[in-house]
Every structure is written in C-alpha cells, then in structure tokens.
Design a binder for this molecule. Sequence first.
Ligand SMILES: [Mn+2]
Length: 328
Amino acid sequence: MNEFDQLQGKGLLIHHWDADGICSAKLVIDKLGKKITTNKTPTLGNYFLTDEELKECKGFDFVIVVDMSLPEQNILHLAKESKVLIFDHHLGKVIKEVFHHNPVIKGEDPDEYPSASWIVNDYLENDVNLYGLLGIIGDHEQKIKENPHFSKIIDSFCKKNNITFDDLHKMAYLLDSNYKKGDKKAVEQAPYYLIDHPEHKAILENTTWNNNLTELDEEINTILDESINKTDSIILKTMNTKSNIISTITRKLAWTNNQDAVVVNKGYFDSEDQLYVRTIDNDMQPMIKKGKEYGFKCGGKKEVLGAILPKEKTESFVNEIVTYLSKQ
Ligand SMILES: [Mn+2]
C-alpha cells in the first residue's frame, strides 16, 4: 500500500525535461495508466511554473511532480485545489503541506539516491529496470562508475540484458536531445514513446533523436573548441546559443579538466542569462541559498548550481561564485 494506491480521479504529471525526468514520468504512468490524463514539463530552462502554466494545471484531482524542485509557492498554489505528490532528489526544503518524497533533503546520502527515477522505482517496489537506471546515467554519466554500489547494479543489469554502459549512456543522450533542441512537445511525448516501445533497441534506433544528437554534437564541439578563461582552479566560459546545452557544456569542461566550471549563456533568453556551475569537490549549497535570497531563479544539488539571472546581475553573482570557489 502506498500513496499511489489511494489516488482517485484525474491526474496531471509534471516532470523535468531531461532523461531522468522522462524516465521518472514513464514509471509513474506505468503505475497509474489512464489516471494520468496530462503530462507536462515547464517551459524549457524554467525551474518554475509561470502564471499561465499554473492556470493550465487547474482541474485535476491530483498532481504528481517528478525530478523537479518547483518553488514552494508554485506547489502551495497547486495544493489549493489538488492533492500534490513530489518525488525528487534535488536540494531544497521539505514542503510539509504535501506528500514530499525526497530522501536527499531528509538527510539521506545523495549517493544512495542518485536520480528521481531510482527514487520512484524504489518507491513503487519495482525490480531494477532500464528506466530506473537511465535516469541515473542521464544525471551522472560516467561519474556513476565511481559509486561502487550503483556501478555494481549497472554492471549486472548490462550483463543480464546483453548491453553495454555506452549503450545506456547513448540512450540517456538520445532522451536528453529533445530538450537540448528546444522541443518541449517531444519531451512530453517521450514517456509515451518509452511505454509504447519497451525494448531498448527502439530508443537507440529512434531516427529523430539520433538526428538531434548529430546536430547537437556538432554545436557542442564547436563551442568547446572556442576559448575559455581560466583561473588556477576554475574554468570560466561565456557562450551564446539558442540550444539548451549549458549543463552539457559545463559538465564537459569540468570533467575533462577536473576543475570547477562556471558557464554563462547569453543567448537563450532575451532579457536573462543562464548560469550553470559544476564543482568537482566543493559544495554549492551555500551559493544556491544566496542566489535564492537575492531573488534569483536558482537551484541545484551539492555539485551543481543552475540559475536564471537578470542580465545586469550576472557579472556580480558570477564574481561572488568565483570568489566562493577560490576560497575553498
Ligand atoms: Mn534528476
């Protein structure tokens, strides 16, 4: 008996746009079937719901949010007329007014809960499966190999199913290609594609997603070839792109150089900048807290900070982050 068994009526499912969000959504829909009448991801790049989106969330008996730490205000707004359930692993505070299942903010070790898909799958008491794992690989890529517990689970899954880690990695990239290309509709259709095409070959051979990947790889490599700024321990990069690839660029810069990376994209929004920070072994939590105090749209996990900043505030916040990282 769990919370899902008690849900009645029509449900809305809100999920993150990345592989973890899509896989978590797939697992929820598997469990609830037609009770989920609508699934939606926020405007790509926004970690919150706009007033207009909140209006579209009306008229449901329940709302399930997976792999997204929406602002408390958004959640309380939804909770006024629907039962709300959250399954997540991002940092934030517990929202007591709703069912909020996030072991990480309740003090559990994030290494034990590396993705929302794992948390959902575990909550549903499913066996280890492709979708539970793809969310992990989407969020952590090769880094998950440094996690002995999950590395073992992934290895044995691969052996049993006759696939490789690289296959799983590619599948996560294919799912992620939809949001990176800015295709919100495709993100929202993806959980149903996974449901209708249960074999892993169907993911690896999806033509649209493969074409996306080819185009994205080209753009990402061009950007990575451009100049970067470096201090002794930090990589700084400014770019200008309409693709949603800031987290990918930041990961690649941080991991290939084994240094903290701070990336600003001036080209995604008209009047705001995207900021993304990934640290190798610092803790971004104090800066996430600061960003929120300044009133920025800001969130993340221990190792990453993502924010959307009014253009005139970007420089000073970036400087503050660089100072913070340099002092550690
Ligand atoms: Mn996630």
